[in-house]
Ligand binder design. Sequence first.
Ligand code: FRU
Length: 459
Amino acid sequence: MRSSLVRYGVAALAAAAMVLTAATGATAAPPTDKPAKGPPAPAADPADDLTANWTREQALRIQRDATNTKPEIPPTFPVMTDELWIWDTWPLTDLDMNPVSYKGWHVIFSLTAPRDIFFGDRHWVARIGYFYSRDGQDWTYGGDLHPEITPLGGREWAGSAVLTNGNQLQSFYTASGEPGSFGQDDDPVQRLAQSAGRIKADKNGVSFSGFTEHEVIAEADGEMYQTLEQSEAGPIIYAFRDPFVFRDPADGQVYALFEGNNGGVAGSHTCDPAEIGDVPADHVVPEDARYYTGNIGLMELTSTGQDYSEWDLLPPVLSAECVNQQTERPHLVIHDGQYYLWTISHEFTFAPGVTGPDGLYGFVGDSLRSDYQALNGSGLVLGNPEDAPLQNYSDYVMPNLLVESFIDTVPDGQGGVVYGGTLAPTLQIDLDGASSALVAELDYGYIPATRNVAGKPIR
Ligand code: FRU
């Protein structure tokens, strides 16, 4: 989420993002070759205590170029609906991470807020809405997914939605704030939650029923994942959110990735050599870098059958300690047998002394738990153009390497800005080992399913 470096503020968001300057300077040529092929190493167990690092060495290599810079979006972009701000968006998927259509209807879920409130206030009144489409591009708003706002929080933040058993839909989301805190911007607690319902489709469209029972499926434990209380000792916004649920083909188990901060009281961390990496001799790690503890968390489903309520927290798969505070909306694509781990981050959440654009960052490993390497040597996959640093955000990569996102704040060409709150042009990337490249810009909001489900059991 975009916020100021001060914990709860939202008003100074754009300003906070703007004060940070461009790249601190590249220090080494990014490796672009495929990872060296040797005899396959035995894959680590997802439950192992192996957390890869996004290092300062890698972050120092971040540099915009033609392969990683998003095309500019004109201020005259089309708007999906005049009623709602739309931001973080995820497609209906199966457990294998494929976007699926149901009886021929493509379905997406978005965070929504009434379009007549200030764009920056949308986070505090967010609800998960859904849209359906015949062609994966022309979307009709269907309403709120959960008939009543979650009883577990004050608003609903990002997650994932998985079709598990014919017409059973598992909604995984972030219950943000304490119950009753709808509209309040000073209640940053976050819990991972789930609710089950059913999808129905006919020739007129898609609807949902159920979602009357909601359960918390994970809370920060204070050891692997920082609690809100621990975070309050520091000056920076807090994260325990954005569950992405999938099945790992390697072991057939269901897992969730999510965004967290490393456990422990803020400020008690130290930037160690594994987090710093091989930086130039004159690189100074500022004291305050220790407050930046973003991670990509992992948990495993332990309940069976169609029960998605019991999970075990596992150690994070990736830590951005001393590099970045926010590794938002983590998700996964398995491509050419490699595990590509994606996250989005902001310029203003980079630790002091390193920086990068708002955008999509990626890492590649041999298995779910592995020594992930930053794509392109730096992690940067798609960043906003220098002249439009807040242009779009919340990129989500699908297995066909299409990347959807929403339009955030676009310069109007006259010194002002236009707020988006609608889907951005979909981009296409190419992957070759540890390298990525932007290859095409497609239509606004093009999020096609790659598999149709006609209501028969798929788990
Ligand atoms: C990313 C994000 C998510 C969060 C939501 C809140 O844009 O910050 O991490 O769930 O927005 O609005």
